[in-house]
Design a protein around this ligand. Sequence first.
Ligand code: NAP
Length: 335
Amino acid sequence: MSLPTRTRHIALAARPQGAPTPADFRLEEVELPELGDGEILVRNTVMSVDPYMRGRMNDVKSYVAPFALDAPLDGGAVGEVLASRSPDVAVGDRVLHGLGWREHAVLPASRVTVVDISSVSDSAYLGVLGMPGVTAYVGLTAVAEMREGDVVFVSGAAGAVGQIAGQVAKALGASRVIGSAGTADKVARVLELGYDDAFVYKDGPVRESLQAAAPEGIDVYFDNVGGEHLEAAISALRLHGRVAMCGAISQYNATEATPGPRNLFQAIGKGLTLRGFIVGQYPDLAAEYRERAAGWLAEGRLTSDETVREGLDAAPQAFIDLLAGANTGKMIVRL
Ligand code: NAP
């Protein structure tokens, strides 16, 4: 089989103002570089689009460097090794790495992880067994210090992290898990997955919906969305309640500063803890989660959905649609 000499990638054509549009992206065809010593050539089979990428499209300092204008985007991907100049990675191996948004990648073997796709799909390493799964586990355990018997509320409940957070909370002994999501179909799905109650956050004030679902209050809030949800959760939290501040997707496209929760002072009297985190700050928990998740998957206690788009050309729209809520479970682009 002859090896490809050219490939296609998606470059950032413009920094989005508010919600991204197709004009912010550009499909380009480029020469593939020759393999250097220790490098491999990978044909990507699946790539991830994730909400954090929206922040990287702004030219601001953050925990991760912004994307460069007119350069290819990057992100999680899994692919098949077509050529290798490394003793550590063989042709035919499947690898997880960080050069998504392109059909082929040339990179040092030291920057990939060989994965086993004999019993799970390649895309599982971008979802339930990958970064979103670990995020759900870290947020509940190390950040929110969830205990058996806690009442747990998860926003973004039908998304990649949220689906897993709800099920893991149950597996860890939550007495009740409540979720919120954008549509009735998503709410129905999270109830099937084991959430005890869920509501469509667009149907009314979040504070009222949460109050109806948890009249006695909540102990843990896993925050994927920020804004009105965070304010509602602060009102619902009981004494010594804890918030895992995972994401604030309701604010990622904001073009002006967004107000903080108006009831933050309640944290004083209730002794609340609001703790932010980035999954990469807890590297030791990744292996622990994967081992436990493998067990939960085998027992049928953990299920995850994927919304799959086909082809690199579809990647920009997949990302745009992710931010607008088109996905149930992990949004994946199959290449
Ligand atoms: P996701 O939930 O699969 O997809 C994003 C979802 O956000 C959409 O499907 C949409 O669902 C919801 N959404 C969009 N606008 C919203 C709004 N204004 N209010 C409420 N919900 C809105 O994405 P994910 O990968 O699992 O990420 C979820 C959150 O976790 C994001 O905030 C992300 O940045 C964060 N995250 C953090 C870390 C970390 O290390 N801290 C790691 C991974 C992810 P609806 O239809 O329900 O609106």
